[in-house]
Design a protein around this ligand. Structure first.
Ligand code: 1HE
Length: 263
């Protein structure tokens, strides 16, 4: 395990707040468009988090979360290079979705194309009221390549993804909350604080439980019910048998554990 954050390109900035890692897309002059160096930096960051990090937050500097793929690099690539480029995005975002710690994405302004694909690879999304979502690939003559075809139908359904891509439909922040693009809607300027608050809460869970939620739950949701029930029982038994679970249950029974509070 690493002791400090990976070396990052100037388009990314990392910060540590206790056991939470914060990654900021820092290319506001290009609306945080994701060039190759940035995508590779995202991969490096999430694949080598320092010791003791238990949750992460990703957010964007400037007026927008991300304008998606850096279109200026696109015209340079032939078909084979295009395929490897898309696979590189898949690899990078896999390190978020199936990485070591849960990730909260804090969204504002444009969350479009590859920016939405990046957001969709996180585990929890907090949207400021300024957020809007679009998949402009159709109008650019290209196709999504950062995982949208797989992740977005699970969030909002295939029909909505088709509509966004065919007609260029844009969803605003409130609609985004209703249809499942975000789980939280907050006032402009308050997203990062909310994202950090949620990450800090996530970081207090047992690491094995967070692992099960990130890695086992989505696989069960995609498997046949019989295999799913079996995998659930196995995971439940493994989690319950851990020393950490025993200590936490004892704490509750001896009135030291956290109560479930309304709201
Ligand atoms: C960019 C990019 C970009 C801005 N690649 N340079 N994504 C898109 O199709 C979205 C394209 N961007 C926009 O629609 C707008 O820029 C925004 C709505 C996001 C923001 O508008 P605005 O008025 O704040 O900024 P702007 O004036 O349009 O852009 C400011 C600068 O950022 C300008 O560069 P400048 O050198 O002239 O100052 C823009 O060229 C630059 N810029 N967006 C490159 N995307 C793995 S496949 C994923 C496929 C996709 O993501 S397709 C969707 C691509």
């Amino acid at each position: 395990m690493a002791e400090s954050f990976a070396k990052l390109p100037p388009s990314l900035q990392a910060e540590r707040k206790g056991d939470v890692a914060i990654l900021r897309l820092s290319r506001p002059e290009k609306r945080n468009a994701l060039d190759d160096g940035t995508v590779l930096g995202i991969e490096a960051f999430f694949s080598s988090l320092p010791d003791g990090i238990k949750a992460a937050v990703i957010h964007g500097a400037g007026e927008h979360f991300s304008a998606g793929l850096d279109l200026s690099e696109l015209s340079e690539r032939n078909t084979a290079e295009g395929m490897h480029h898309s696979r590189m995005w898949h690899r990078a975002f896999q390190h978020i979705e199936f990485g070591k710690v849960p990730v909260v994405a804090v969204l504002h302004g444009a969350v479009v194309g590859g920016g939405l694909e990046l957001a969709a690879s996180a585990h929890v999304r907090v949207a400021e009221r300024s957020s809007y979502y679009a998949l402009p690939e159709g109008s650019r003559g290209i196709y999504v390549g950062g995982g949208a075809s797989v992740r977005l139908p699970k969030l909002i359904g295939t029909a909505r993804v088709m509509d966004m891509m065919l007609t260029g439909r844009t969803y605003g922040a409130e609609e985004g909350l209703t249809i499942g693009l975000s789980q939280y809607l907050v006032d402009n300027g308050t997203g990062l604080a909310k994202g950090i608050e949620l990450a800090e809460r996530i970081a207090t869970n047992a690491p094995l439980t967070n692992f099960a939620i990130m890695h086992v739950l989505p696989r069960i949701a995609e498997s046949d019910p019989a295999s799913g029930y079996l995998a659930e029982s196995l995971m439940a038994a493994i989690a319950q048998g851990s020393d950490e679970a025993k200590a936490r249950l004892k704490d509750f029974l001896e009135k030291r554990g956290k109560k479930v509070l309304r709201g």
